[in-house]
Design a protein around this ligand. Structure first.
Ligand code: FES
Ligand code: FES
Length: 165
């Protein structure tokens, strides 16, 4: 995009116009832009090289690693971060978020936003996945605190409770 001066992004339903060279450098990752420029600190950066899934967000409906996605590649796209899951009117947590709390599906919580965003993208595409399909979808999301069993229980409970979309 040689002549492009701005990047237009919609984050959690809110439009942003970012000036290239000022608000966003060509080398900025989406994770950096979300956290450092726009203040969406729910998106975590752990490995910063595409190996752990902590930085997962939903970009135009797909779960992506925001640490390996350049912001300049996202012009005209929509991003959903963990902050975008709660009900914007009531502030009520998304059923997936609530299920993680109800089942204590985390310890330090650093991996949790990425796991929830990967799961959200899966459930948007397949509302009734099997346990194996959930494990497969989450294969790239590492949890150093070994919360995987509780994560699976929380996701299955959210699926059984419905209304997780
Ligand atoms: S921080 Fe992006 S994959 Fe680890
Ligand atoms: S809860 Fe600590 S890394 Fe997953």
């Amino acid at each position: 995009m040689p002549d492009k001066k701005n990047i237009n992004l919609v984050v959690n339903g809110k439009p942003y116009e970012l000036l290239i060279g000022k608000d966003v450098l060509p080398s900025d990752t989406l994770a950096q832009t979300l956290r450092d420029t726009l203040g969406y600190l729910g998106t975590k950066i752990a490995c910063d090289r595409g190996a752990c899934g902590a930085c997962t967000v939903i970009l135009n409906g797909q779960a992506v690693l925001s640490c390996t996605t350049l912001t300049v590649e996202c012009d005209g796209m929509s991003v959903t971060t963990i902050e975008g899951l709660e009900d914007p009117k009531t502030g009520q947590l998304h059923p997936l978020q609530q299920a993680f709390i109800d089942h204590t599906a985390f310890q330090c919580g650093f991996c949790t936003p990425g796991i929830i965003m990967t799961t959200k993208a899966l459930l948007d595409e397949n509302p009734n996945p099997t346990e194996d399909e959930i494990k497969q979808a989450l294969a790239g999301n590492y949890c150093r605190c070994i919360s995987h069993y509780e994560v699976l229980k929380a996701i299955m409970a959210a699926i059984q409770g419905g209304k997780h979309g």
